[in-house]
Write a protein that binds this ligand. Structure first.
Ligand code: XMP
Length: 485
């Protein structure tokens, strides 16, 4: 059969991007403030806001993951670091908050005050339960006790012996009442035999009130994910105890070797696995078949990222909106309801709303979060304005670091697929998330949708022409700062 090259061109399907569409306003009885933005990112991971930060070395380490989880989303710790460092980042998120801390740092009564001081300083903690024979609580040592003592003294000489404690079934409300009434900031949890089971701190109790939307696990710790290569079983095994999801971090998941590796890996790890990136119906279909029930979510989008030169260099790509709709079609075909994460190219809430309308359950953003205080890297001042560094994980700088630490990242492709630069500083994650979720709520209001699932049903897409793109933004006006133009 001769190959019909001409039809390949004439039958080419449109690969749509965010700027090709608008959400057509629909009849609405939904007030934006009443919109429910909570979603399932996977079967087990429930988010109060559909926002995920990209696993990139200028976007998500522990600080970003803590800040975003407190607002209701989730951060995915990048993998451009050693396994130990990535595990430590995940642990930092898990330690940031919990109702009852389980891995309590303790000291023995026979130790010296100098030991206590060192522990407090290295672990950044202000109070140590004093534990005899590794189990029984006999006192508590606060920073005040330590500061006014001789470093050579024994802990048992200085510690407070009459300790206010709680039983294992204490509720948050009870703990708060006890701590307020007895004016203590730490409340050890002990059993009938005074065996130390955990520790409640006033900081954690109040944190629940300060961050009512925070996404938490069943121990009230913040949720966190980590990126892995599907080939890197060691990393996945090291991380699985400390993260709520593992997220595949390859540009082209629809590759026979990657699928094979992911198949093996998902059989060995217990934590949920998000596959990706994928861009087509066939890619999703093959992934679902190969991983046979072990896909908890799919990252959708190839080549749309703001730092991406993949499509420019290779001419390969599946823009995020197209990818989401394609993968959603695969879900419809298979009857599976596996959440889709729209990844790449989302500049503002409107793009996020379109991605959700096309079938996504959440949006993953690098650029937007890179500009926040909590992303790695300091502020850069250029011409009186502040910026933060941002680079693609396929950029030269990022790849050089990865090849140095990760043996699974052989420089198979000799070309850079990402660029390095700066993005405007946007302020704290809390401000950015508030703005973004406000925008999403407004979009839902126009579409008449009260939740993401409702949006899937009610959203109507309008195709925009080139003239429309020009008209649907401020025009025929000189804006402040543009006066000289
Ligand atoms: P945004 O648009 O939020 O996109 O900056 C972030 C997403 O882009 C992907 N990513 C890359 N894609 N080359 C690429 O082709 C790269 O170097 C690169 N680095 C990140 C990734 O999916 C991320 O979430």
């Amino acid at each position: 059969m001769p190959i019909d090259f001409y039809s390949k061109l004439t039958n080419a399907s449109g690969v749509y991007t965010f700027r090709d569409f608008v959400l057509v306003p629909g009849r609405s009885d939904v007030e934006p403030s009443k919109v429910d933005l909570s979603v399932n990112l996977t079967k087990n991971v429930h988010l109060n806001l559909p926002l995920v930060s990209s696993p990139m070395d200028t976007v998500t380490e522990a600080d970003m993951a803590i800040a975003l989880a407190r607002q209701g989303g989730i951060g995915i710790i990048h993998r451009n670091m050693s396994i130990e460092e990535q595990v430590e980042n995940a642990k930092r998120v898990k330690r940031a908050e919990s109702f009852i801390i389980r891995d309590v740092v303790t000291i023995a009564p026979s130790q010296k005050i100098s030991d206590a001081l060192e522990l407090m300083n290295t672990k950044s903690i202000s109070g140590l339960p004093v534990v005899q024979d590794g189990e029984r609580m006999v006192g508590i040592l606060t920073r005040r006790d330590v500061n006014f003592s001789d470093p050579k003294e024994q802990v048992s000489q200085v510690m407070t012996k009459e300790v206010i404690v709680a039983s294992p079934d204490v509720t948050i409300e009870d703990a708060k009442k006890i701590m307020n009434k007895r004016k203590v900031e730490k409340l050890p949890v002990v059993d009938q035999n005074k065996r130390l089971l955990g520790l409640i701190t006033i900081k954690d109790v109040y944190s629940r009130e300060r961050f009512p939307l925070a996404t938490r696990d069943n121990q009230e710790r913040l949720l966190v994910g980590a990126a892995i290569s599907p080939y890197d079983l060691d990393r996945a095994k090291a991380l699985e105890k400390y993260v709520d999801i593992l997220v595949s971090d390859v540009a082209h998941f629809h590759n026979t070797n990657v699928l094979e590796a992911a198949k093996k890996l998902t059989k060995e790890v217990a934590v949920e696995f998000i596959a990706g990136n994928l861009g087509t119906l066939e890619g999703a279909r093959d992934t679902l078949e190969a991983l046979d029930g072990r896909v908890a979510g799919i990252r959708a989008g190839v080549g749309s990222g703001s730092i991406c030169v993949t499509s420019e260099v290779t001419k390969a790509g599946a823009p995020t909106l197209f990818a989401v709709a394609q993968i959603a079609a695969a879900m419809q075909e298979t009857g599976l309801q596996i959440p889709i994460i729209a990844d790449g190219g989302i500049r503002a809430a409107g793009d996020g709303a379109l991605a959700l309308a096309a079938g996504a359950s959440a949006v993953m953003m690098g650029n937007v979060f890179a500009g926040c205080t909590e992303s790695p890297g300091g502020l850069i001042k250029i011409g009186g304005k502040y910026y933060k560094p941002y680079r693609g994980m396929g950029s030269l700088g990022s790849r050089q670091k990865r090849f140095a630490i990760d043996r699974y990242n052989q420089p198979a492709k000799g070309i850079a697929e990402g660029v390095e630069g700066v993005v405007p500083y946007r302020g704290d994650v809390s401000t950015v998330v508030e703005e973004f979720s406000g925008g999403l709520r407004a979009s839902f209001g126009y579409a008449g949708a009260s939740s993401v699932k409702d949006l899937w049903v009610k959203a109507r897409f309008g195709a925009v022409t080139a003239a429309g793109i020009d008209e649907m933004r401020p025009h025929s006006i000189i804006l402040p700062g543009e006066e000289k133009i």
